[in-house]
Design a binder for this molecule. Structure first.
Ligand SMILES: Cc1ncc(C[n+]2csc(CCOP(=O)(O)OP(=O)(O)O)c2C)c(N)n1
Ligand SMILES: [Mg+2]
Length: 227
């Protein structure tokens, strides 16, 4: 939530829900003025899209015709509240399009569908056609925080998600059809990643304890003068 790396074009996710869209519109306006071909992307959830800042940003992006892409991720929950209790209009695509820009829909469990929809939205914005949206649904596997008892979940809800809406399973199915990666190659990648995670834990536990001077290292970004 609090990651930022200006050098990589990540201006900063922030703890203010729906704080991102207005920042991205400012950034998209800068790209338009500088004619540098850049596109600003912001991410909002099914809860975040109901904030006034999100509506204002989407409207302003249309008025100014800036290259902003609004990604809307519906994972059905904002904290512990299901979308059915919190959103009056359950067609978020239609509601977003009503602001005056196209929204490309993808199955959030399908890596390739999301890639394609994002590509269309970025191409639309980069070509000078104003903002575009991407809408994807993917149910949330975990609680809102570590230790969330998730008593608000329906019976069998999580089991169904893991069984039938698992992006990694869908990815494997695609690979089986396309033949781009074999089962053995995918297993090898999984094993490599697991080993890397295990090793990181071993290294972290074996490392010397940080000194007081190191505690704030890599925590705060240094904003320098940028061109
Ligand atoms: C302005 C503001 N209000 C409330 C919160 C508390 N809060 C943190 S996350 C969250 C829910 C966000 O839900 P959603 O947009 O669906 O995103 P998700 O966590 O599901 O990806 C809320 C209300 C906050 N961080 N900022
Ligand atoms: Mg959500």
């Amino acid at each position: 939530m609090h990651v930022a790396d200006i050098d990589k074009g990540i201006l900063g996710a922030n703890g203010i829900v729906a704080g991102g869209p207005p920042i991205s519109v400012g950034s998209a306006l800068a790209a338009k003025i500088r004619k540098n071909g850049k596109v600003a992307v912001s991410f909002s959830g099914d809860g975040s899209v109901n904030q006034g800042t999100c509506f204002e940003a989407m409207n302003m992006a249309v008025v100014l015709q800036v290259p902003a892409v609004f990604v809307i991720e519906n994972n059905y929950y904002s904290e512990h509240t299901h979308i059915d209790y919190a959103v009056g209009c359950n067609d978020l695509k239609a509601r977003t399009e009503a602001f005056g820009f196209p929204v490309f829909v993808a199955d959030g469990a399908d890596f390739f569908a999301v890639y394609e929809a994002a590509g269309k939205a970025i191409a639309h914005a980069r070509a000078g056609n104003g903002p575009a949206g991407v809408f994807a649904e993917q149910g949330r596997y975990h609680g809102h925080f570590v230790g969330d008892p998730q008593a608000y979940r329906g019976e069998g809800e999580l089991e169904n998600l893991r069984e039938n809406h698992d992006p990694l399973k869908v990815f494997r199915q695609h690979m089986a059809t396309s033949g781009d990666l074999s089962e053995a190659e995918l297993d090898a990648i999984d094993a490599e990643v697991m080993a890397e995670i295990e090793q990181s834990v071993v290294d972290a536990k074996a490392a010397a304890r940080p000194t007081p001077e190191q505690v704030t290292a890599d925590v705060y970004i240094q904003y320098g003068a940028t061109a």
